[in-house]
Design a protein around this ligand. Structure first.
Ligand code: RB5
Length: 184
């Protein structure tokens, strides 16, 4: 399969380990960077590159690696037409495609090592969307959410902006004095 790999500065070493192994397994790899040398290689930039490669048809699927995989998944799912999943178990890596038509797999380089990562990507690339009626219905509902979201901005709707949760927390009434204190 033709697959794009992309990584922020935290994910580049794992991406670079995966690329030759995927080629050896018979896949065609399009490496979208980064090379891990620049802390300014941020996950949203590489999520966009990978998502655009999928949406344009340049590749069939993409794998994005960041430190945890979380940021990559959050960013990639902002792109219309992208169904990204963070999967650190092979069941989800496969079933995400079969049921949810996942087209981008996100991985955390600080969570999984190269051997497991290769198994995850292999499961992801080997899987095919089942297209069963109940799954098509659910994917269509996801698409409907996406379409609705392309309407007015959150600000226009009077909703909280992206960093609103933190702001809300800051303005919340002070919590009662804790009876148990923990150090983290
Ligand atoms: C980078 O330090 C790290 O925050 C990023 O790679 C990723 O883990 C975000 O989800």
């Amino acid at each position: 399969m033709r697959v794009a790999l992309a990584a922020d500065h935290g994910g580049a070493p794992l991406k670079d380990e995966l690329a030759p192994r995927l080629v050896a397994a018979g896949h065609e790899v399009v490496d979208l960077g980064g090379d891990g040398s620049d802390p300014g290689d941020d996950y949203p930039d590489f999520a966009r590159l990978a998502g655009d490669a999928v949406r344009s048809g340049r590749v069939e699927r993409a794998v994005i690696v960041c430190g945890s995989g979380v940021g990559a998944a959050i960013a990639a799912n902002k792109l219309r037409g992208i169904r990204a999943g963070l999967a650190h178990d092979t069941y989800s890596a496969r079933q995400g495609v079969e049921h949810d038509d996942m087209n981008v797999l996100c991985l955390g380089a600080r969570v999984v090592g190269p051997a497991l990562a290769l198994e995850l990507v292999s499961a992801f690339l080997a899987a095919r969307y089942s297209g069963e009626e109940r799954h098509r219905r659910r994917v269509a509902k996801v698409r409907a959410i996406e379409e609705a979201e392309s309407g007015p901005s959150l600000a226009d709707m009077g909703a909280l902006p992206a960093e609103g949760a933190a702001r809300q927390e800051a303005s919340a009434p002070a919590a009662a004095t804790p009876t148990v204190s923990r150090q983290s």
